[in-house]
Design a protein around this ligand. Structure first.
Ligand code: ABU
Length: 503
């Protein structure tokens, strides 16, 4: 009413248009109070082992606790702040020192602040005009990552996940093999075949299906007892594909497999690719960060011979999900040629600045998050040596755990790890005297899921398990976080013994 009485009030379709409709002061206060909760409940508790890793609730119970219904009228700030507290309380604390469940863990303070900044600025990284800083940062980070791979030059793009990077690489390799596909589509193509190991990431199958290549045209190459692709088997399969009259175009090697943490022999695989004129993509989503370590980069020996590499700094280096780069050994603008669609409303060629900085058209996305920035701020703060120390320490902790497992009764290593994946069985007291045979393995298969249920309901730690290629359920312990200490490794083993003492 007051506004309408003012002479200057403008009313359109029954809506007053003067002034903003938001109460900025109340909004600022809300942000301030929410930040305080984030500090108290997440950041300050991140290294506190007395806190629970998770506060398990069954889905139906959690639905009731959270009051998920969205109503016609909004709720007061106090209620919303309480919801924020509940969301934090019932979420898994992936930054807890005893979260060993996935290929990411821990909290990096710099990348966290970078995320706060980008969330607040809300940029989309496609043109220099809306993302000047983040585009330059992405360029600088890609350049540095390329240096660590050992290429003299190259190109790249940050993507939402390693799976997407792998898909980009598959499509790029196919585009290089038959560039006319971009306009003509699949109809004129021969039967394309690609090769990857039995231990590869499941995204290879997804990508083959999504891109219309077909999962039957992914030839899975046998691996050795450590999970590494056998090059002689690759050679045989390439020859088989040729004899069948199909068109091999891509080999995807893995540097750091998901379960066993195995590294394929890149040099030997590169020889085969060179002989047969095949694109070599290395999925180093997990293992790529070993390139930062002078001690461990030998795991990726030969990676400089790859045509493309997927590398996720959000895993071992803690850059915050998601931070995933696809890097390409190319200086001909292949990424842009393959993916661009030249939208005139974004990529005008008559802008007042150098439009080569409008790099968004190299991406299959339109809106894109500034993921490189988290990695950049962290790298600036820690330096390469700080990142290197992170990798070295994680692998030293994994080694410590391996040696402790060997000493303890009831624990059995699956294999000597090369990286941070420590795979082992826990054989509970009742099975220790049992004869090796189908019954023993059947019973052992049931042990890890029971221990997992107990640890989650107690909230003491989180550790993954899986069956794998005929091997019954075993634990996969992943060591990443700099918040983890030697004591946490001991705790992990003690806790498994405690949780399984009646089994
Ligand atoms: N991209 C693989 C992630 C799954 C895992 O954490 O085991």
């Amino acid at each position: 009413q007051e506004m309408l009485q003012k002479k200057s009030a403008v009313l359109v379709d029954g809506v007053i248009l003067n002034g903003p409709i938001m109460d900025s002061k109340a909004g600022e206060k809300f942000v301030e109070e929410a930040c305080k909760i984030i500090m108290e409940e997440i950041v300050q508790k991140a290294d506190d082992v007395t806190e629970k890793v998770c506060e398990w609730q069954a889905p139906e119970k959690l639905k009731q606790i959270l009051d998920l219904e969205m109503r016609d009228t909004g709720e007061c700030h106090q209620k919303i702040l309480q919801l924020c507290r509940d969301v934090i309380k019932y979420s898994v604390k992936t930054n807890h020192p005893r979260f060993f469940n996935q290929l990411y863990a821990g909290m990096d303070y710099y990348s966290l602040v970078a995320r706060f900044i980008t969330e607040a600025l809300n940029p989309s990284v496609y043109t220099y005009e809306v993302s000047p800083v983040f585009l330059l940062v992405e360029e600088a980070v890609i350049k540095k990552m390329i240096e660590f791979i050992g290429w003299e030059e190259g190109d790249g793009i940050f993507n939402p996940g390693g799976s997407v990077s792998n898909m980009y690489a598959m499509n790029l390799a196919r585009y290089k093999f038959c560039p006319e596909i971009k306009e003509k589509g699949l109809s004129g193509l021969p039967r394309l075949v690609l090769f990857t190991s039995e231990e590869c990431h499941y995204s290879m199958k997804k990508a083959a299906s999504f891109l219309g290549i077909g999962t039957e045209n992914v030839y899975f190459i046998k691996t050795d007892e450590r999970g590494k692709m056998i090059p002689e088997e690759l050679e045989k399969q390439v020859q088989r594909a040729r004899k069948e009259g199909s068109a091999p175009f891509l080999v995807c090697a893995t540097a750091g497999t998901t379960v066993l943490g195995a590294f394929d022999p890149l040099d030997k695989i590169a020889d085969i690719c060179e002989n047969h004129g095949l694109w070599l993509h290395v999925d180093a989503s997990w293992g790529g960060s070993a390139l930062i370590s002078r001690k461990h980069r030998r795991l990726l020996h030969g990676i400089h011979r790859a045509d493309s590499v997927a590398w996720n700094p959000h895993k071992m280096l803690l850059a915050g999900i998601q931070c995933c780069a696809l890097l390409v050994k190319d200086n001909s603008g292949l990424l842009k040629k393959c993916y661009s669609a030249e939208a005139a409303y974004l990529f005008q060629q008559d802008k007042f600045y150098d439009v080569s900085y409008d790099t968004g058209d190299k991406s299959i996305q339109c809106s894109r998050r500034p993921d490189a920035f988290k990695f950049w701020l962290m790298w600036k703060a820690l330096g390469t040596m700080g990142l290197e120390e992170r990798v070295n320490r994680a692998l030293a902790l994994a080694r410590y755990l391996v040696e402790e497992i060997k000493k303890r009764e009831g624990f059995q290593l699956l294999l000597e790890p090369e990286y941070a994946n420590v795979c082992f069985w826990y054989i509970p007291p009742s099975l220790r005297k049992m004869e090796d045979g189908p019954e023993f393995w059947e019973k052992l298969h049931q042990v890890a899921p029971i221990i997992k249920e107990r640890m989650m309901k107690k909230g003491s730690m989180m550790l993954g398990y899986q069956p794998h290629w005929g091997k019954v359920n075993f634990f996969r312990q992943v060591v990443i976080s700099p918040q983890v200490s030697r004591e946490d490794m001991d705790f992990l083993l003690d806790e498994i013994e405690l949780l399984a003492k009646d089994l």
